[in-house]
Design a protein around this ligand. Sequence first.
Ligand SMILES: Nc1nc2c(c(=O)[nH]1)N(C=O)[C@@H](CNc1ccc(C(=O)N[C@@H](CCC(=O)O)C(=O)O)cc1)CN2
Ligand SMILES: Nc1ncnc2c1ncn2[C@@H]1O[C@H](COP(=O)(O)OP(=O)(O)OP(=O)(O)O)[C@@H](O)[C@H]1O
Length: 198
Amino acid sequence: MPVPDKRNELRRHFRHERNNLSQAQQTFASEQLLMQCCALTEYQNARVVACYLAQDGEIVLNPLINDAWLKGKTVCLPVLHPFCKGHLIFVHYRQNSKMQTNRFGILEPKLNACDIVPVAKLDVIFTPLVAFDDSAQRLGMGGGFYDRTLAPVTRHEIPLQIYGVAHDCQKVSSGLKNEKWDIPMHKIITPSHIYSHT
Ligand SMILES: Nc1nc2c(c(=O)[nH]1)N(C=O)[C@@H](CNc1ccc(C(=O)N[C@@H](CCC(=O)O)C(=O)O)cc1)CN2
Ligand SMILES: Nc1ncnc2c1ncn2[C@@H]1O[C@H](COP(=O)(O)OP(=O)(O)OP(=O)(O)O)[C@@H](O)[C@H]1O
């Protein structure tokens, strides 16, 4: 019998949990998340932030994106790399950006060379996640996209802040077992808590 994959079991469970939230809970959560982010000096000082467009019950970042635009920050979104399988490119996202749907059904800006923002130019990256623990360990959708893309930068002493964002119900009660390729989050931000990497 095949050994059940613990990480995939966790993914199934926590994707179900976040998809079960009502529209009202989702809306409240993203407003609370915005308040949490606004209280962080790293966000206040950031000039370039990477967000994402939510899918599959993920916490919605649109209020944060609007806040960042209002404050004159550059907002980027992840785009699936056209040649480098499993990697992401961060692309400048404007109110009038031309969008297209990627193979996962997620909207992303149409790739335009002049809109590409190198990872080293980002000040804060907000990453989506499926589950997290109280030492700021992250479990994603299973594609390894963020791990692969951010691996080179996390080896350097650059001030980039990598934050996971999630609903409170995505927290695992016992710790997540991390794999050698999992990149550590500096913080996990939820509507009611901020967990820091220990
Ligand atoms: N909103 C959002 N954008 C994101 C991510 C994410 O997790 N959330 N990603 C984070 O890395 C990257 C895309 N990675 C993804 C990996 C798997 C699936 C997904 O839905 N998988 C389905 C199978 C879909 C299929 O194969 O057609 C599944 O597992 O059920 C989605 C996004 C970049 N953009
Ligand atoms: N830096 C890397 N180099 C090569 N392969 C990697 C790297 N990081 C992750 N992977 C591969 O990606 C696969 C998925 O990794 P993992 O389960 O940690 O993804 P995830 O963090 O849940 O997904 P995502 O970041 O897309 O949300 C693993 O099989 C792993 O071998």
